[in-house]
Design a protein around this ligand. Structure first.
Ligand SMILES: C[S@@+](CC[C@H](N)C(=O)[O-])C[C@H]1O[C@@H](n2cnc3c(N)ncnc32)[C@H](O)[C@@H]1O
Length: 290
């Protein structure tokens, strides 16, 4: 299975103040990189509940954490409060959200997240879900596609790309990642350093998995289960994710529910980015429950 290096591991444990005997939720357990460290620091008297909506990620986490007593649950992090209660707890000392997709989802064949492949357009984190990227590009109206590209990826050429997608599908259903990437590249005309389909793929992934609404609901659920003095830590990888977290935390601070610990988001060190380039856009934020 593809390796996924946990991002900003030291900063996460410091912001969460992981300590022996503590109880923590890793709301995006993925392949268990952060959870493994959290458990090691929480010790035998501590507990980590790991949540993920992706069965394959959970399988990886189960393998890695099999002897540690981590409680692993399949679900969306918007369901975090119910999952914590079902695990027999009503409050916890810390919650981590490491948003987005893992390297495993991005690189394992057949997941349809990456534009260089002849794979079916899929992009579902939870493969039992009905909505796929293929159904969005083939059934949404031109206006809906344009709005999705604008709102979820700040795509400048949203109109042009939406028109190209809807024109193409009058002849043939768009089936593969490479096919969609080709349509977007042709609509762009010129090529820069970044692949022209990058933003389209980001917007589609967010839409398929309803990622922005999930962030708001997940953060709300986390505040509901954090004890006073408990800590929240988030890692975002693009501006819309980070903006959503920042706005949520600002409102919660104004309402007196939390104190923001990171006035400015933390970024990975130069050494970490050199070792793991996919960490380069990470922005970490922390808050304490009041
Ligand atoms: C960046 S990866 C996490 C990697 C993990 N921290 C590690 O060290 O291995 C993000 C994970 O969150 C999961 N995820 C994303 N949105 C989710 C949601 N709304 N509910 C539950 N899991 C979600 C994805 O399936 C993915 O496995």
């Amino acid at each position: 299975m593809t390796v996924h290096l946990p991002v900003m591991l030291r900063e996460v444990t410091e912001v969460l103040r992981i300590s022996p005997g503590g109880t923590y939720v890793d709301a995006t357990v993925g392949l268990g990189g952060h959870a493994e460290k959290m458990l090691a620091l929480a010790g035998a008297g501590g507990m980590v509940i790991g949540i993920d909506r992706d069965d394959e990620a959970l399988m990886g986490a189960r393998e890695r954490l099999s002897d540690t007593g981590t409680v692993l649950r399949k679900g969306r992090f918007s369901e975090l409060a119910a999952i914590v209660r079902e695990a027999g707890l009503h409050e916890v000392d810390g919650v981590l959200f490491d948003f987005g997709v893992s390297m495993m989802q991005f690189k394992e064949p057949g997941r349809g997240f990456s534009f260089n492949t002849e794979e079916p357009l899929d992009m579902r984190m939870d493969r039992t879900q009905e909505l796929t990227a293929e159904s969005i590009v083939n059934t949404y109206s031109e206006k809906e596609i344009e709005k999705m590209l604008r709102e979820y990826a700040d795509e400048w050429f949203s109109k042009r790309i939406a028109r190209a997608i809807t024109a193409y599908r009058t002849k043939k259903r768009i089936a593969t990642c490479a096919e969609l990437a080709g349509i977007v590249s042709a609509a762009y005309g010129k090529r820069g350093r970044v692949h022209p389909a990058t933003k389209t793929f980001q917007a589609l992934r967010i839409s398929v998995n309803d990622e922005i609404a999930e962030i708001g609901k997940g953060l709300g659920a986390a505040l509901g289960v954090l004890r006073r003095g408990g800590r929240l830590c988030t890692i975002a990888y693009h501006s819309l994710e980070d903006r959503t977290v920042k706005n949520f935390l600002r409102v919660a601070e104004r309402e007196g529910t939390i104190r923001i610990i990171t006035k400015k988001p933390l970024s990975p060190s130069y050494d970490e980015v050199r070792e793991n380039p996919s960490a380069r856009s990470a922005k970490l934020r922390g808050a304490e429950r009041l």
